[in-house]
Design a protein around this ligand. Structure first.
Ligand code: TRP
Length: 458
């Protein structure tokens, strides 16, 4: 494939929207508030922001550099910077990891889609009984453990991704991101506005902004790092693949900083929506993964119960927000194997997307059924769904992170990095120098320590 006929993004705004679309996802709106709730509120957010600055931004710059420099998919990109048999192949971890994450991500995205319909048709508001979440609990439990309903919504979601990807980089990914991301932002602002006026909102705000350092443990520091990686879509090929569609004039460092700021802002705004509502409904912020599907539907009804129309609107908007966020993230995960198959086998993009869709539907079905009829099928003591999540986010992601940091800090010549990141020395060298230093010294050590921590060695 010649480089002239290769796809590219059309504008800098499109680039920021697409990459921010990848970053902003269920991780921000669903996972971040749960992690914050379980790890002591503001103290966790502080560690999270430090992790983004020391590890997140440098690794994002690294992936952008590799993708744009190589101008090809995530697996082959590393081969253009090294011929060593080990280093030239580390991109495969990303392609494999990105594809696996996609397979369980679409399952949760399907639930979100279902809940958008449940709030639209009024089911979520009629189920409400003050002070009793059992209605929502059995609704969720019965739904995820049933066979067909979650599968149908997963298939619907996968088809949406498929058509977006098949439409192409500019007409699919970029165009959708340019519409969805601003829409998402508007919904966020409206919801924050509503939530701040919920009775008892104050308590939620102080939980978010007054740090409780006594709750910080080694494991919460590890969770903050894992959350930062997951939220920024790092090390799983997405950013590298997107950067292969960047033009030579894009300021990589500035883009990485903007995307990280947008991503963090969205996560904090999601906290601003969720915690005031949760506190105002008298629910414990630690209530875990069931927060979005069991506690929140009731919390919205309780917090805005005085004006039922507002409760209805907030609920619909919240799940619509989750659907939009999940779509742009899943699309970026989809693009990783699609670009790889398209360029390796020289088959059309549309057919490559079909292969990805077929594999994703098969594995996704197993993940979805692992909540119900396949619940007894265990891999290393976990259900298929939990195992994939664990394997991708706690093993593959930090491992890929260590490799990428060492690759850039020690294997690739510093001059190549500096030339490329400063756009041929037309931009200031100091920021690129700092990033290189962080990649060379700080990231490998911190990530290696984190990896040992995950394995329970330290
Ligand atoms: N960042 C997305 C979210 O917050 C999910 C995601 C997309 C992702 N691409 C990724 C996570 C790559 C890890 C790696 O929901």
């Amino acid at each position: 494939m010649s480089s002239t006929s290769r796809a590219s993004f059309g504008s800098k705004f499109g680039i920021i929207m697409a990459a921010a679309g990848s970053a902003v996802g269920l991780g921000n709106i669903w996972r971040f508030p749960i992690e914050t709730g379980q790890n002591g509120g503001a103290a966790f957010i502080l560690i999270y922001i430090i992790a983004i600055a020391l590890l997140g931004v440098p690794l994002m710059v690294a992936e952008f550099f590799i993708g744009r420099h190589a101008h090809t998919n995530a697996a082959h990109a590393y081969k253009k910077l090294s011929s060593h048999p080990f280093w030239s192949n580390i991109g495969f971890i990303g392609v494999l990891g990105g594809s696996l994450i996609l397979c369980y991500y679409v399952v949760v995205a399907g639930w979100v889609l279902k809940y958008m319909f449940l709030s639209l048709d009024g089911t979520l508001s009629t189920l409400f009984t003050p002070g009793d979440a059992s209605g929502y609990e059995s609704l969720f439990g019965n739904f995820v453990s049933s066979t067909w309903s979650p599968l149908i919504f997963m298939v619907l979601f996968v088809l949406m991704c498929h058509f977006a990807i098949a439409a192409g980089v500019r007409k699919g990914i970029e165009k959708l991101s340019k519409i969805f991301m601003p829409a998402l932002f508007v919904i966020l602002v409206v919801l924050v506005g509503f939530s701040l006026f919920a009775p008892g909102a104050q308590e939620g705000l102080s939980f978010l902004f007054h740090p409780d350092f006594s709750k910080l443990t080694t494991s919460s520091v590890l969770s903050a790092i894992a959350q930062a990686f997951y939220s920024l879509s790092l090390c799983m090929g997405c950013l590298c693949t997107y950067a292969s569609y960047f033009g030579k004039d894009v300021n990589i460092i500035k883009s990485a900083v903007s995307i990280s700021v947008i991503d963090t802002l969205v996560a904090i705004m999601a906290g601003l929506i969720i915690f005031p509502a949760v506190f105002s409904a008298g629910i414990s912020p630690q209530s875990g993964p069931s927060l979005a599907f069991i506690a929140l539907p009731g919390a919205f009804q309780q917090a805005f119960g005085a004006v039922p129309a507002v409760a209805y609107i907030v609920s619909v908007l919240f799940y619509a927000l989750l659907v939009l966020a999940a779509l742009t993230s899943a699309i970026s995960l989809y693009e990783v194997p699609t670009a790889y198959i398209h360029e390796t086998w020289h088959i059309r993009r549309r057919y490559a997307a079909l292969v990805v869709t077929a594999v994703c539907l098969m594995l996704g079905t197993v993940c979805s059924l692992s909540m119900g009829v396949l619940g007894d099928l265990h891999l290393f003591g976990k259900t298929v769904f939990d195992f994939l999540d664990y394997f991708c986010t706690t093993i593959m992601m930090p491992l890929s992170g260590v490799f990428i940091a060492i690759f850039l800090g020690w294997v690739v010549k510093r001059d190549i990095f500096m030339d490329d990141v400063t756009n041929g020395r037309t931009l200031r060298a100091a920021p690129a120098g700092v990033i290189h230093w962080l990649l060379r010294w700080v990231a490998p050590i911190l990530l290696f320590a984190a990896f040992l921590g995950v394995l329970g060695v330290i």
